[in-house]
Design a protein around this ligand. Sequence first.
Ligand code: ATP
Ligand code: MG
Length: 418
Amino acid sequence: MQPLRGTKDILPKDIKMWQAIHTIAHDILQIHNYQEIRTPIIENTELFQRSIGNFTDIVNKEMYSFCDQGQRNITLRPEGTASIARALITNKLYTEKAINRLWYLGPMFRYERPQKGRQRQFHQLGIECIGSNMPIADIEVIKLATDILNKIECENQYSLEINSIGNLNEREIYKLDLIEYLKKYEYELDKDSKKRINNNPLRIFDSKNLKTQEILKNAPKLVKYLSRPSLEHFETICEHLTYLNIKYTINNYLVRGLDYYNYTAFEIKTKQLNQQNTICGGGRYDTLIEQLGGPNIPAVGWAIGLERLIILMEKNFNQKVQQNTIYIAVEDLYQVDVLWDIIKVLQEYQFQFELDLSNNNLSKQIKRANQLKTKICLIIGENEIRDQSITIKWLETRTQQTIKISNFRKYIEYLKNF
Ligand code: ATP
Ligand code: MG
């Protein structure tokens, strides 16, 4: 049996890295007063059509959609922001707090051709800072992405690119000029780009086609269409990033794949991966919440693709080998009530232990403890049961001592401080 194409099992040997990411993100975000939110994996298809946009790759060809038994159009979430905007509206979170700082981690689904760093079920860690239109919110959000990457020991392995894509009005005027320019080259553009000329011309900048890229070099530039407030918002961000010593480059062609962004758009890329080199994408989305039927609330956020982050992380991640497990060998598994008293103490003092479940003879069980490279093997044999005692065998030094069960707690307490 194989898993579905584009899906992967995350095995115990890899789970340490996932847990490390969760812990690091949780700790950093908690300090900054971001709170975790978990939304359903399924939503009405319309939510994504209305937010991400009908002419984007995600909505056009990548959605996992189906009709449920009640004939509702349902989609497995392809990203987190739309669901969070929906949850904010549904639960009126904005009435409780002027600013909602939220984060999430969970699986996302896109019907794409699987490659290294591209799956059909993948995971994103994301944050949203909802309720402020100030550039300082953008800076906080960008800083947090770099804080997390640095803590995961990915420092110097990534580069931050930012751009301002202006507001809707500025983009509308720009679009007209861009369309006029592109129309002249209509027959030289790649197939997808040609289709986008009228519907979503900005997305043509995302094209990887070389000929299209060539044509775009002389296209009108969006920065030229930005008004003073838009430019100031962007300049403030750049100044603060410089102050924070966060390196960035301005990429005037960065547009991002989703429709809901305005002003700030940014991506964090890595040199380590060839094709799938974007590990984090984000930006400001001041109109999304209103567009979905909520009040007019500005917001900014990002999402990190965890599978891609893990490819980066694997090289540096220092897996501390857990060899502090205590092995418990028991001669007669049917007899020993005392076993539960011992386990209770280990649990209380938070020792990791493994109970032998084989019913093999004691020497075989001790051999197994040796194979697992545990330091200590607790032995409860016939003699021990008769004497109300327990033998503690130190496997490295091959020394052992037998103590009364009644002294076991004291021994473990001593071990814990040892
Ligand atoms: P790409 O250009 O690689 O398709 P995107 O613009 O579609 O990325 P976003 O929607 O911005 O990606 O999602 C944010 C991040 O989620 C990406 O930067 C990437 O790290 C990750 N991501 C997106 N799609 C996938 C996928 N199919 N498999 C694994 N990770 C993904
Ligand atoms: Mg994509």
